[in-house]
Design a binder for this molecule. Structure first.
Ligand code: XIL
Length: 481
């Protein structure tokens, strides 16, 4: 591996960036504004998330699944509250190009056309990702074949949505969890194309559309100092220095709590000259704890002018991909939760975004749609004081599936848990949340995160994962110390 593992070629140049200083003149203007504000009525607070975000020049979006568009309350809530949308699954490679160079636009178009009709923004998600790939992308392909498939996919999909999508997640989740700074996740892309596949994808995306923002999107890059975050930071810095087109970083932000340095993290990416977007926000929990976490996320974005918008990963808890965590702003009956109010208040409190970011940087220098297939592993009754775990299939598609695992405490509270199972048929986890995994052959061990280790007697928590292979629900064991 070369000195600079993410590079697909080209020399490195040092970065030099302008620094802004608050001048005495600016302070003088501030004084006048304060005096005026005291004599004028305060801005009326907006009553919906989208309108409140728009006051500071930002958007507030949600993920939408085409399969729920027949739920009229779902659509009415979407139209009323949000001014941006991300297709939850419909633009992913598997669903949209189920066989090679033959595109199935209909579900994604349904979402996009509705959004455009409502004057909403559309975030494109996602062009190159190791998960939810069509089965025709496989290890039998040669490097040059995969490269041309990737370029064609990027070009066709971006052309189809040209002028409608304002930002694309060009590459999603390419970095490894844990490990040394800058290590990429093992995938068909790294195996065939090497680490330079990210740069190749961004260059192909810019060639396809010079007027759209090109984003790198990932989870667990919320902590300013985490190794994974540092890896993405170094990549963006290098791309900027070498003129590789990149305009934004997406923080998925699937968590139980934002790290204390979350705002600092947004600011450090913005300082590299890219926009930051919170792209898949959902926060497990309930009541004031959840509301507080949502408030801190929203305030962190509002505090950084290049944080241009927030997308929550769904509208109602009942359709959430991690619905067991009740992570969204509306409950299963579309009632606004406490978290909704804390977000709305934080959006309303934001000062106008004075430096809106420029548009995209010019070129410088099997059936793949997810289908619900409910099936669950048998539950073992927990020993008194112990815990049990049940694996349930939430979604499956050609070559992959998503599962939710419920960890249930017995008759006494649990403080820390470990869940283990063995895959029956070569399955492998591609991404896991709300837990830490270690894998040895077909055996998987998942332990709690710092925030979900404690479960009250009789209570439960969940973690989830997406995996490659045929959906399976092996029996899982749970132990607690
Ligand atoms: C999830 C969807 O919400 C589920 O419906 C699907 O089963 C799996 O994918 N990171 C991403 C999103 O970038 O695309 C994922 O969406 C959640 C994690």
């Amino acid at each position: 591996m070369s000195d600079f593992p993410l590079s697909a070629g080209g020399a490195r140049r040092p970065l030099s960036g302008p620094r802004r200083a608050l001048t005495a003149g600016a302070l003088g203007v501030l004084g006048v504004v304060t005096a005026l504000a005291a004599t004028l009525p305060a801005n009326a607070a907006a009553s919906t998330l989208g309108a409140a975000a728009a006051q500071s020049g930002r958007y507030f979006g949600t993920a939408i699944a085409a399969g729920h568009l027949n739920d009229s309350t779902y659509v009415a809530t979407w139209d009323r509250e949000f001014n941006s949308v991300t297709a939850e699954n419909e633009m992913k490679w598997g669903p949209i190009e189920p066989s090679r160079n033959s595109f199935n636009w209909s579900q994604a178009d349904q979402i996009v056309n509705h959004a455009v009709g409502q004057g909403m923004k559309v975030r494109g998600h996602t062009l190159v990702w190791h998960a939810q790939l069509p089965s025709w992308i496989n290890s039998g392909m040669s490097a040059s074949d995969l490269r041309s498939a990737m370029t064609n996919h990027i070009t066709q999909v971006m052309n189809h949505y040209k002028g409608k999508v304002f930002a694309w997640d060009v590459v999603n989740e390419a970095f490894n969890d844990g490990g040394a700074v800058g290590t990429l996740r093992d995938s068909i892309f790294t195996q065939k194309l090497g680490n330079g596949f990210i740069e190749e994808a961004f260059r192909a995306a810019r060639a396809a559309d010079p007027n759209v923002k090109l984003c790198y999107n990932d989870y667990n890059i919320d902590d300013a100092n985490a190794n994974k975050t540092r890896g993405v930071y170094n990549m963006v810095k290098d791309f900027k220095a070498r003129g590789v087109p990149i305009d934004c970083v997406g923080l998925q932000s699937h968590f139980g709590n934002p790290p204390s340095n979350y705002q600092q993290n947004i600011a450090q990416f913005a300082a590299l000259g890219v926009d930051v977007q919170i792209t898949e926000l959902d926060v497990g929990g309930s009541g004031s704890t959840q509301a507080d976490a949502y408030r801190r996320v929203t305030q962190a974005c509002m505090a950084v002018s290049r944080c241009t918008g927030i997308t929550v990963w769904g509208i109602t808890d009942k359709y959430s991909w991690r619905s067991g965590d009740t992570p969204l702003l509306f409950d299963g009956n579309y009632n606004k939760k406490q978290a909704y109010n804390s977000v709305l208040d934080a959006l309303n409190a934001a000062t106008p975004n004075t430096s809106p970011s420029p548009s995209a940087t010019p070129t410088r220098s099997p059936s793949a749609s997810p289908s619900a297939s409910p099936s669950a592993s048998p539950t073992r009754s927990p020993l008194p004081g112990g815990c049990s775990a049940t694996i349930k299939t939430i979604n499956s598609w050609g070559g992959g599936f998503q599962s939710e695992v419920t960890v249930q405490a017995g008759s006494s509270a649990v403080n820390g848990w470990t869940v283990k199972w063995t895959w029956p048929g070569g399955q492998s986890i591609s991404s896991l949340w709300n837990g830490r995994q270690s894998v040895s052959g077909s055996s998987v061990t998942v332990t709690n995160e710092s925030y979900n280790g404690s479960i009250a007697a009789g209570g439960s928590t969940t973690f989830g994962f997406t995996a490659n292979g045929t959906a399976a629900t092996p029996t899982a064991t749970c132990t607690s110390p």
